[in-house]
Design a binder for this molecule. Structure first.
Ligand SMILES: CCCCCCCCCCCC(=O)SCCNC(=O)CCNC(=O)[C@H](O)C(C)(C)COP(=O)(O)OP(=O)(O)OC[C@H]1O[C@@H](n2cnc3c(N)ncnc32)[C@H](O)[C@@H]1OP(=O)(O)O
Length: 194
């Protein structure tokens, strides 16, 4: 392994991202990439249940409703939960790139406290791609897509193959996922590149 990049600024030679021709149409609701995902999983009782939609170009939007279970300080969202919402939203750009990628680095700015019951409106886009490195950015706004900015993140995602999960995940969940035709379909769809 080469030394990790110390900056989230794309290096010289990075190229603009390319929206996959089969990407979901702008406005289309994206499903969960995994039903047990803490960020987007429909069957994850403790999760954030992010509702994410494809955007224009290589972008997505998402809505996260902050629940009592997400508190850090009394009545306020936990910073780690907000980082998860940003991470998940940037991760959802995989649907538009049709490339599987995992977070290598995530840098978060907390601008405003986020009270319980807030609808946090997130948007994320890929800014550049360099080899397997995908540079992304996300913003979370309070109450509306043009509401006050509460959180921001810049991230570096690294492209991986589906084998990354098969080799590293716990056997029980991997076996169940491989036996689930819907899950296999999602994984294969992400691996088809232009
Ligand atoms: C079924 C559908 C599911 C779809 C699943 C979608 C899940 C989305 C969920 C939301 C996102 C998450 O939370 S994902 C979960 C959290 N993240 C993780 O668990 C990742 C854990 N880390 C790893 O597994 C590994 O470190 C990898 C895969 C990230 C990288 O390892 P690798 O594959 O060996 O790559 P390697 O050759 O070392 O590095 C490739 C290039 O990236 C750079 N690089 C590598 N790591 C870093 C890093 N941390 N910070 C900066 N730069 C880095 C290297 O310098 C190199 O640059 P150069 O030499 O090319 O310049």
């Amino acid at each position: 392994m080469s030394a990790p990049t110390s900056s989230l600024t794309p290096p010289e030679g990075a190229r603009p991202p390319v929206r996959h021709p089969d990407a979901p149409a702008p406005g289309e609701l994206l499903g969960a990439h995994y039903d047990q995902c803490f960020g987007c999983g429909r069957d994850q009782a403790h999760g954030l249940h992010l509702e994410t939609r494809a955007g224009e170009g290589v972008s997505v939007t998402a809505v996260f409703t902050v629940k009592a279970a997400h508190q850090g300080a009394p009545g306020l969202a936990h910073g780690g939960v907000l980082a998860t919402a940003l991470d998940e939203t940037i991760g959802s750009l995989s649907w538009v790139l049709r490339t599987i990628a995992v977070t290598g680095r995530l840098e978060t700015d907390y601008v405003l406290p986020v009270p319980v019951d807030t609808e946090l409106h997130l948007d994320a886009r890929v800014t550049a791609v360099h080899g397997r490195k995908i540079y992304g950015t996300a913003t979370g706004r309070i109450g509306a897509p043009d509401g006050p900015v509460a959180v921001r993140a810049n991230a570096l995602f690294i492209e991986v193959k589906v084998d990354h999960f098969i080799e590293n995940g716990r056997d029980t969940e991997i076996r169940a996922a491989l036996e689930d035709p819907d899950q296999v379909r999602v994984a294969r769809a992400f691996e088809v590149n232009p």
